[in-house]
Design a protein around this ligand. Structure first.
Ligand SMILES: [Zn+2]
Length: 319
């Protein structure tokens, strides 16, 4: 039975950005932050199976690939990594790479990693706000510069680098060749409406990613039989006992949380364990206006329910 406001943890990256607004304030020391991880508020709590992050790219990430569960276990890791991206903002012309332009043999892939020509062999495409990209394990991929995205992934840091733009970090040629699919990416099912308020963005064996848009002054129940992450990307609402607004993440597990939207409604991402859509994940109760008795409609959140956040994270969460 868990409903908690997640804490943010910043991770420096050589490709990161010093401009994290409106999601967070960058550290005063000017460090480039590549990733903001949302973590369970109680550091002693069991690790979640899914990891929710925001990524900020001032330069391109490495070209990389992740193993599937079988390969990960064969080298002593608990599981592999399938991930999905939701583009929150993209500068004009910003691109991601997914899969290869043309099929290669394993020997050709190895040669193109060792010689650096892999950067010309991946399939780049432009992205816009709201685009959703699924990266199944084994898909060679990269995120270009000028992008802010939300990522949901299996909890894993198994990354094999194929190309790093001269940044001198280690490449993992053998593992990359062993796990990479050496051709164009599989096509991805388009988003589809589940209800007026819910859109399934990704339905995969490992997780389901939805977007929800709840209208102004409405009351809902979030049903989370298994671990479920909510990320607010617009508007605000009271979720459980927490006032949640842009950039806030809520973790719910084996519990039900009431959601009361305010005068802007709320837009968010909902991620939970796959492989099936939870058809009762979000159900409308009634409109606030039709209820008699006291109702605590959500006020614009000056207080972001940050009681549980450490001082550093609290300062970030309120910007
Ligand atoms: Zn990746």
């Amino acid at each position: 039975m868990t409903i908690e406001h997640a804490v943010m943890q910043m991770h420096r990256k050589p490709w990161g950005s010093t401009d994290l607004l409106p999601w967070a304030a960058a550290p005063a020391n000017g460090d480039a932050i590549g990733e903001l991880w949302f973590e369970r508020a109680d550091a002693a709590a069991p690790k979640s199976a899914l990891l929710l992050k925001l990524l900020f790219t001032a330069e391109p990430l490495s070209i990389q690939v992740h193993p599937d569960d079988d390969f990960a276990r064969s080298i002593g890791l608990p599981n592999g990594k399938t991930e999905a991206w939701y583009i929150l903002s993209a500068k004009p012309g910003a691109q991601v790479a997914v899969g290869l332009k043309h099929p290669l043999s394993s020997a050709e892939l190895r040669a193109s990693i060792e010689g650096g020509s892999i950067a010309d062999k991946v399939q780049w495409r432009s992205v816009n706000n709201g685009d959703v990209i699924l990266i199944p394990a084994g898909t060679i991929h990269a995120v270009g510069a000028g992008i802010v995205l939300a990522e949901i992934q299996q909890q894993s840091d198994a990354t094999f680098r194929l190309f790093d733009y001269g940044r001198q970090r280690e490449l993992h040629v053998d593992h990359a060749v062993a796990v990479a699919k050496t051709g164009p990416a599989e096509s991805q099912l388009p988003p589809h409406k589940l209800t007026e308020a819910r859109t399934a963005l990704v339905v995969s064996p490992h997780f389901v990613l939805e977007q929800f848009d709840l209208p102004v002054n409405s009351i809902w129940t979030l049903d989370a039989p298994e671990e479920t992450w909510v990320l607010v990307i617009g508007g605000h609402a009271r979720i459980g006992l927490t006032n949640a607004s842009l950039g806030d993440a809520i973790f719910v597990a084996a519990d039900r949380a009431g959601i009361e939207t305010g005068d802007e409604g709320i837009t968010g991402l909902l991620a939970y364990l796959g492989p099936n859509v939870n058809s009762s994940a979000l159900e409308q109760q009634s409109n606030i206006g039709t209820i008699t008795g006291p109702v605590s409609a959500c006020a614009p959140s000056t207080q972001t329910a940050s009681e549980h956040l450490p001082p550093f994270a609290e300062q970030e969460a309120q910007t």
